[in-house]
Design a protein around this ligand. Sequence first.
Ligand code: GDP
Length: 295
Amino acid sequence: MFDNLSEKLDKALHVLKGHGQITEINVAETLKEVRRALLDADVNFKIAKDFTNNVKEKALGQNVLTTLQPGQLMVKLVKDELTELMGGDAEGVNLSGNPSVILMSGLQGSGKTTFSGKLANFLKNKKTKKPLLVACDVYRPAAVDQLHVVGEQIGVEVFSDRGNTNPVAIAQAGIAHAKANGHHVVIVDTAGRLAVDEEMMNEISEIHKAIKPEETLFVVDAMTGQDAVNTAKAFNDRLDFDGVVLTKLDGDTRGGAAISIKSVVNKPIKFIGTGEKMDAIDVFHPSRMADRILG
Ligand code: GDP
C-alpha cells in the first residue's frame, strides 16, 4: 500500500537522520523532498504546501535543531501532521437508530455494492446486529442480482422490488420491512453513474431526504487520485455525507486520495476496502495509516 510514497518519504527523512549535525538547510531540504513525495502521490498542491509549512512551523516552535535527536523529532512531526491530515481519531458509524439506516452513495464502479456486503458482514460479525441490504438501483438489473449474490454469500437478507422504478419507494419499503422483521441495521445500496451528473445527484438527494439515514457514506475508488477528491466534493455539497469509504487500497494506488480527502470535505474516512472478498474491510485509523506510510 502506497509503496512509492513510503519509499520517497523514507528517503527524504533518511537524509536528515543520517546527518550528524542538522542545520536549517537540512530541514528545508528535507521538507522540500517531503513535499515532492506528496505531490508525486497525487496530493493537491495547496495541501502539500500547507503540510510542509505546518511541519516547519512546529519544528521551529520546538527548536528542532537544538534537541538531542532532531531526526527522530522531524519524523514524529511528519507522522503527526499526516495523522492530523487524514483525520485525527478514528470514528465509527452511527448505529443509534431503530433500525439504523446507512445510505451508500458514490459513482458506478466505486465499489458500493461490494462494500455494502462487506459492511453488512462486518456488522453481523462484530456487533451481533441483524442487517438488511436494500437494492435501490432501478437502472441495472445486474446490480440487483449482484447484491443478492453478495447477500447469499454472507447470509444476510436482501430486499429488492424488481418491478418498481422508484428508488425512494423501494428504500422506504425496505426500511418498513426491516422494522417489521427485527433488523437493526438497513444498508441502502443506490445507483451510481460513471461520472457526476445532475440526475444521479437529484436521485440520491431525494432518497436522502426521504429516509433521513443515521449515516450516509460516500464510497470512492482510491485509485482515481485527485478525481476521487473532486467527486467527494461534489457529493458532499449535495448530501453533506458523514464519512468516506476508500476502496481498492489493495491496488497500486499512490495514496493522494487517502491523504487529501479529509481536508477537502472535512469528513472522516471511516472504512477502507482492501480486496474483492467480503472480509477485505478495515476500520480506518489515521495514525495507523501514517505509521504504515512512514514505515
Ligand atoms: P458499484 O458499481 O459501486 O456497486 O461497484 P462494485 O461493488 O460492483 O465494484 C466494482 C468492482 O470493483 C468489482 O469488480 C469489485 O469486485 C471491485 N472492488 C470493490 N471493492 C474493491 C476493493 O477494495 N479492492 C479491489 N481490488 N476490488 C474491489
